[in-house]
Design a protein around this ligand. Sequence first.
Ligand code: HEM
Ligand code: HEM
Length: 195
Amino acid sequence: MNDRYTKTAILLHWLIALGIFTMFGLGWFMSELPKEALAQMSYDLFNMGIYTWDLAKEASPRAFYFNLHKSIGVTVLVFILLRVLWRIGHKPPELPAGIKAWESKLSKATHHFLYLLMFAMPLSGLVMAVSSKYGVKWFGTKLIPGINSETLRDVFHEVHEIVGITLILIIVLHIAGALKHKIIDKNDIMKRMLP
Ligand code: HEM
Ligand code: HEM
């Protein structure tokens, strides 16, 4: 019986969740960086003493972390696109008997909203970056040149922030739902998405 998610769905779910959490951390971290700082050739990633990244050309901390944010973001966007395409052709497993109608409705609505927001988040970032004078590079390779429109950049910066706050709220609701099933209802919903 088809009572759990497939390996592909599980792999994509956790890969994208990890990517999105990393992107939030990186986004907040990089926006705090000072605008005036010396360019460097090598970076101790997040100053954690774990991994040092040597660059071919020196870059300021803001430029380095902004480019990293865009590069990982474009990669996550590709995985999200794959996931949405894959999902269109595959129905999720039926919910087990005993789930109340309101729970089923709320979980379906949350999942649809999550798909919409997790797509809108990198897309708004991409449009913002293309509107700026810098454009988008993918780990050093030029991908899309910037069109240098300050108005468009400001609009999509705002969109990126609002979508971000909404996404966090929905992710919190989603995690609360998963934990409710595990801790309060003690059913197997959580297991459906675990390897
Ligand atoms: C960025 C974070 C996350 C996003 C964007 C996300 C997104 C989604 C989406 C869209 C689905 C529906 C899959 C489908 O039917 O096609 C789903 C299912 C699920 N997620 Fe997440 N998720 C995230 C994080 C988490 C976390 C941290 C947990 C656990 C605490 C979790 C637990 C689950 C479970 C258990 C399901 C299956 C629900 C069911 O069987 O109906 N997710 N997730
Ligand atoms: C899952 C994907 C993404 C997440 C969760 C995310 C999250 C964030 C967060 C939390 C910030 C800080 C917001 C603030 O200014 O307070 C930010 C800023 C930014 N993001 Fe993203 N982002 C994502 C994808 C992207 C992509 C794909 C691009 C471009 C290709 C991008 C470009 C930017 C830029 C340029 C800023 C800096 C705006 C500024 O301060 O001038 N983001 N992002």
